[in-house]
Design a protein around this ligand. Structure first.
Ligand SMILES: N[C@@H](CCC(=O)N[C@@H](CS)C(=O)NCC(=O)O)C(=O)O
Length: 198
């Protein structure tokens, strides 16, 4: 299986951690989405990463669907099956992805919009949303089970990405999350190599 991805992308990192956990090897193809390369758009009309290309040429996106696919083919190594634990893991994943969705818009505003066209109210709104998500994750982090699941991987991916893009800006009021991401490489060694980077 080939994963179109980027070393900086939080959603790509989530999928790579999940695949490591399931012991499913992925061939990585790093893609720069800026120019919407034709190979990416052919695989995923949305032009987004991560996108998984299967042996038979079939494609899987977005990151949540890819993780569900990895869970299915690994015999449910990622997603708990009891309703209560499933709900907790999927809520943490949705919150972590939602924090990334909001904060990435702040990055894109600066990257893609000329300074005179930027709208501070818009980026403030996104950042406030991201912080509200982090506040809720801070309340949830100690309740996560010992056995790693998709919630842990989504959380580690977004916090690693915040450390990469927003160091010094997200930690206040989130000591439990700071501890979680500092400690995650000891709990799950591949994180040290895979955590978001340029
Ligand atoms: N909901 C998607 C989000 C994917 C996403 O936004 N990926 C970013 C990179 S981190 C991307 O491809 N951006 C390119 C663009 O928006 O043009 C997922 O979970 O996979």
């Amino acid at each position: 299986m080939r994963l179109l991805c980027s070393p900086a992308s939080p959603y790509s990192v989530k999928v790579r951690l999940a695949a490591e956990h399931c012991d499913l090897p992925l061939e990585l193809e790093f893609v720069d989405t800026t120019d919407q390369p034709s190979g990416l758009v052919a695989a995923n009309p949305l032009g987004k990463i991560p996108t998984l290309v299967l042996e038979d040429g079939g494609t899987v996106y977005d990151s949540r669907v890819i993780c569900e696919y990895l869970d299915r083919i690994s015999g449910n190594l990622l997603i708990p099956q009891t309703t209560e634990q499933w709900l907790q893991a999927k809520r943490v994943e949705a919150l972590a992805d939602g924090v990334a969705d909001a904060a990435i818009l702040v990055v894109y505003e600066e990257r893609f919009r000329p300074a005179e066209k930027r709208h501070e109210g818009w980026t403030d709104r996104q950042w406030t949303r991201a912080v509200r998500g982090l506040d809720r994750l801070e309340a949830e982090v100690d309740k996560l089970p010992e056995a790693l699941n998709i919630g842990h991987f989504a959380l580690a991916a977004v916090l690693g990405w915040l450390n990469f893009r927003f160091k010094g800006k997200w930690e206040d009021g989130h000591p439990g999350l700071v501890l979680f991401v500092e400690d995650f490489g000891r709990r799950f060694a591949p994180f040290t190599e895979i955590s978001p980077r340029a």
